[in-house]
Design a protein around this ligand. Structure first.
Ligand code: PMP
Length: 408
């Protein structure tokens, strides 16, 4: 069949990473890939993850057997608590079904597959609405399972904040019962989140339209440093009684990127037969999982489970999260401060207003490419900067380079 297979383009993000690696300049700066770096620009193994790894290595019972199809139960149950809160009625009423997945990507995929198979309510629209822009993989994942995609406005180019009016108008215009993909916190790529009041407005609008929320949460605790706060939007929708699904990644908040630890959760609306419906959903998720990956990987799941099930380690994890989010917030302040000191044309408040791993700088493609060729600073073409790539030694260099390309 190879004769009919066209050459596919390289993944832009991984292509960028390759170009960065090949660059021999001592000044080069990687603001592309979304992975945390410490102030020395090095990957950071969380101290709490090192401790959990030690515990695991000394566990005489540990082996390399298969996990169950739905994954490590001690992880999935705590993962649901982490999202919904330990005392959530949805948990007590057994209205949640949780499955361990191949990190967040696998969770989005399992959710997409589940909806492709079962979201066939009479008259409901199978189109999945994603924000414009969104994490590029959303488009590919939903398209791969045959679900059509539409977009809703999200980013206001003028304010570099949320286009809330545009978003609401699009959700109101979408056919009733549409699937709406929402980033729970630290929106990728813009770093722009709705305020708590705006989330409440979205609840009213989506309830009136009978829309189905599909939450993607890849930055809980990593965004604000507060796990509960970063789960606020999800908890609000669950408390308001929505039936919904959640794709949860432990890549960023545990620094377990390559271990592929994550979960997919289904939450039923409160009703007399909610627990029974949930059991049925869980049985179907198990069938889908079996045909896709048989069972999920064990190492990252065990690490996360050890931390989530031990109160002292959990407290240490929260401390580690504050270290990461605190450094990023500090870099936001420094970058903005330096640009303002230089009097760089334009406004730069959005750099500190935005939250999480990324900042949508507003730099255009020409400026981005100039930063790459003239200054060895690598970011995606849409002007997205991974804040974790900044540190106390390069932030001045980056600000000066941005200043130069903006003035040209
Ligand atoms: N969703 C969003 C919005 C993301 O930013 C990411 C990480 N880039 C993911 C999902 C999933 O990443 P992973 O599969 O590494 O958990």
């Amino acid at each position: 069949p190879a004769e009919v297979v066209p050459q596919a383009p390289e993944d832009p993000l991984f292509g960028l990473m390759r170009a960065y690696k090949a660059d021999e300049s001592p000044n080069k700066v990687d603001l592309g890939i979304g992975a945390y770096r410490d102030d020395n620009a090095k990957p950071w193994v969380l101290p709490v993850v090192k401790k959990a790894d030690e515990i695991l290595r000394n566990d005489p019972e540990a082996n390399h057997e298969y996990l169950p199809i739905a994954g490590l139960a001690s992880l999935t149950s705590k993962a649901a608590e982490l999202l919904l809160g330990t005392s959530a009625p949805a948990l007590a009423e057994k209205r949640t079904a949780s499955v361990q997945t191949i990190s967040g990507t696998g969770a989005v995929h399992l959710g997409a597959l589940f909806l492709a198979k079962f979201y066939k309510i009479q008259g409901a629209n199978r189109t999945v609405y994603v924000s414009n822009p969104t994490w590029a993989n959303h488009h590919q994942i939903f398209t791969n399972v045959g679900l059509p995609i539409a977009t809703y406005p999200y980013f206001n180019k003028e304010t570099k904040g949320l286009d809330f009016e545009g978003m609401k108008a699009a959700l109101a215009a979408a056919p009733d019962g549409s699937v709406i993909l929402l980033h729970a916190c630290a929106h990728n790529p813009t770093g722009v989140d709705p305020t708590p009041e705006q989330w409440r407005e979205l609840v009213s609008l989506m309830r009136a339209k009978k829309h189905f929320p599909f939450f993607d949460t890849a930055y809980q605790g990593f965004a604000s440093g507060d796990l509960d706060r970063d789960a606020g939007a999800i908890r609000l929708f669950v408390e308001e009684g929505f039936e919904l699904v959640i794709a949860q990644s432990f890549a960023k908040n545990f620094g377990l990127y390559g271990e592929r630890a994550g979960c997919f959760h289904y939450v039923a609306s409160p009703s007399a037969d909610a627990a029974e419906l949930t059991t049925r959903v869980a049985s179907q998720l198990a069938i889908l999982q079996r045909s896709e990956i048989s069972n999920p990987p064990i190492y990252g799941a065990r690490i996360a489970s050890i931390v989530l099930n031990d109160s002292a380690l959990f407290a240490e994890w929260q401390e580690n999260l504050r270290t990461m989010s605190g450094r990023i917030i500090d870099m936001r302040k420094q970058l903005r401060g330096k640009l303002e000191e230089l009097g760089t044309p334009g406004t730069w408040n959005h750099i500190t207003d935005q939250i999480g791993m990324f900042s949508f700088t507003g730099l255009n493609e020409t400026q981005v490419l100039k930063l790459r060729t003239d200054y060895h600073i690598y970011m995606t073409k849409n002007g997205r900067v991974s804040m974790a790539g900044l540190n106390t030694r390069n932030v001045g260099y980056v600000a000066a380079a941005i200043d130069k390309v903006v003035r040209e």
